[in-house]
Design a protein around this ligand. Structure first.
Ligand SMILES: [Zn+2]
Length: 137
């Protein structure tokens, strides 16, 4: 079985996401390395290569996520899953401001921000620049 995601599915995932990362919302025009299509539930955990299980992701979010599905938070005793772009609404779990900081609103948001390094200082600076250029709102 091929591990490659068909080009048609990659394009469909990108279009559905309006060519923005479904986790941190930056547009793909900002990526030197090119965006990737992530298996939300990784193949390692039985995730299928279907449009319902694919998310358009920037290289940072995709690489920090890897095959992980969630993490332990200091405030929770149980594993907390990551934000799932097909099941969750972004605004229910995160909010952002014009300073480039993404604030988690839920444990799911906190787990995602933590493991994906969404508020790493370099990523905040990147979002500030994009905001100033009018490329994100
Ligand atoms: Zn991202």
């Amino acid at each position: 079985m091929s591990k490659k995601i068909p080009k048609s599915l990659r394009l469909a995932a990108a279009k559905r996401a309006n060519y923005c990362c479904e986790y941190c919302l930056i547009p793909n025009i900002d990526s030197y390395y090119g965006f990737q299509v992530d298996h939300i539930i990784s193949r390692k955990h039985g995730g299928k290569t279907s449009l319902l299980n694919l998310a358009y992701a920037c290289p940072d979010c995709n690489s920090y996520k890897g095959t992980d599905l969630g993490t332990y938070l200091t405030s929770a005793l149980a594993l907390t899953r990551f934000f799932h772009p097909r099941l969750d609404k972004w605004n229910d779990h995160f909010e952002t401001d014009n300073l480039g900081f993404i604030t988690p609103l839920t444990d799911i948001g906190e787990a995602t921000v933590k493991i994906f390094q969404i508020n790493h200082p370099d990523r905040i600076i990147e979002r500030q620049l994009l905001w100033r250029l009018g490329l994100i709102t």
